[in-house]
Write a protein that binds this ligand. Structure first.
Ligand code: HEC
Ligand code: HEC
Ligand code: HEC
Ligand code: HEC
Ligand code: HEC
Length: 253
């Protein structure tokens, strides 16, 4: 189809669906207090087995370990309550109890007096320690911490692996301009470098994104806002969708 005609069709369609569509944009989830952002209660089995849900805080852990360590090496899934964590596994050196983690040496272990440090049902349990992060550079949303800058300035130095070293041969530093079909929308900029620093390629490829620009099916801003694609991380852990300008540099927040 001729480009001009295609553009006119897009404008028509945009005008038709704009009100419903715009609603989904402004209906962003309410922002939790910065210290609660990224905190989870894991309760796939706990209450069924008569213990309180286990508390987990991303900001507490990501200072010390990259996403890759937990979400690639230890195979925790990026969806709450979907990893089949068992206490037996924890106690025999898997999951939270992996060597270098809650093994009783690097951090408190899986023995009686410690049960309630995790099984307390309190999402905000660690928040008294949030002040430890007050010196990190600020950002407008999420934890209100600029995690990218904290890393690049060496203010935090998370371990990149426990026992499986990232393969130095497999690397990709390209910055992609992700243009939308909606005319008048400033493109989103996706830089591989800061992502690859923290994540394994397999955290994104091929399950979330195709390994070829503009070929991921159903990839759209609405889907992002529903927690798919970029929204897998940029909803509850990495800076959230409200930070339009961080992804679309030509937009203002
Ligand atoms: C470092 C954190 C941590 C500590 C310490 C810990 N747990 Fe857990 N435990 C977890 C997590 C996370 C899960 C998974 C929660 C779920 O899926 O509901 C879990 C799951 C469980 C479960 C449910 C699953 C199963 O295998 O039956 C029980 C029961 C349990 N823990 C008991 C205990 C007891 C008793 C202690 C102390 C001896 C303890 N836990 C110490 C983190 C911890
Ligand atoms: C110390 C381990 C650890 C680190 C480091 C870590 N995570 Fe997680 N993450 C978890 C666990 C455990 C869960 C819960 C899994 C479950 O319940 O099945 C989780 C869940 C998630 C979820 C799902 C949240 C939800 O609300 O459903 C996302 C998204 C996520 N992590 C992204 C990240 C990103 C991005 C990073 C790096 C900035 C990161 N994680 C670093 C352990 C970690
Ligand atoms: C945080 C998610 C994420 C991670 C991690 C990631 N990528 Fe990507 N990658 C993307 C996205 C998004 C695209 C564009 C997909 C689209 O437009 O349909 C892409 C595209 C690509 C492309 C195609 C580029 C082009 O111009 O067509 C290659 C090659 C690629 N990635 C390689 C890698 C490799 C190798 C790694 C690991 C070193 C990696 N990626 C890690 C998100 C990621
Ligand atoms: C698998 C998880 C994951 C996915 C998927 C993901 N990101 Fe990220 N992204 C991160 C993490 C972690 C950071 C570090 C900053 C933070 O945590 O707030 C980050 C940082 C960024 C930054 C800031 C870079 C900097 O220099 O500070 C931009 C921009 C960004 N992401 C855009 C995107 C876009 C666009 C997509 C979708 C194409 C996407 N991300 C998908 C995890 C992810
Ligand atoms: C984490 C990164 C990220 C954030 C934050 C973000 N966007 Fe997007 N946005 C994207 C990507 C990637 C696309 C391109 C999707 C595609 O290929 O169509 C996009 C596309 C769009 C589009 C074009 C429609 C479409 O589906 O292609 C609009 C309009 C838009 N964004 C508006 C916003 C607004 C408004 C905000 C803030 C409320 C925002 N975006 C925040 C990554 C982001």
């Amino acid at each position: 189809m001729n480009t001009l005609l295609k553009r006119f069709l897009w404008i028509g369609l945009a005008l038709l669906v704009w009100p419903a569509w715009a609603d989904q944009f402004w209906d962003l989830p309410p922002a939790p207090p910065p210290a609660d952002f990224g905190n989870l209660l894991i309760n796939r089995q706990s209450e069924n087995k008569s213990v309180k849900p286990a508390t987990f805080s991303h900001w507490l852990h990501r200072r010390k370990f990259t996403c890759r360590v937990c979400h690639f090496e230890l195979e925790f899934s990026m969806k709450q309550n979907t990893t089949e964590i068992t206490e037996k596994g924890n106690q025999s050196g898997q999951f939270c109890g992996s060597s270098g983690c809650h093994d009783g040496k690097a951090a408190f272990g899986h023995v009686a007096p410690n049960c309630e440090k995790c099984h307390n049902g309190d999402r905000s349990y660690s928040n008294a320690r949030f002040a430890e992060l007050s010196r990190l550079p600020h950002a407008p949303f999420g934890n209100k911490i600029d995690w990218g800058k904290s890393l690049s300035k060496g203010l935090i130095t998370p371990h990149k692996y426990l026992s499986i070293k990232p393969d130095a041969q497999v690397t990709f530093q390209e910055t992609l301009l992700l243009e939308s079909d909606w005319i008048g929308t400033p493109p989103a900029v996706f830089s591989h470098t800061p992502h690859v620093w923290q994540l394994d390629c397999s955290n994104c490829h091929p399950d979330i994104f195709n390994v070829k620009k503009k070929t991921t099916k159903h990839f759209s801003m609405v889907a992002n806002l529903r927690g798919q694609y970029c929204g897998v991380c940029h909803t509850n852990v990495a800076f959230p969708m409200a930070d339009c300008a961080r992804c679309h540099p030509a937009m203002s927040n």
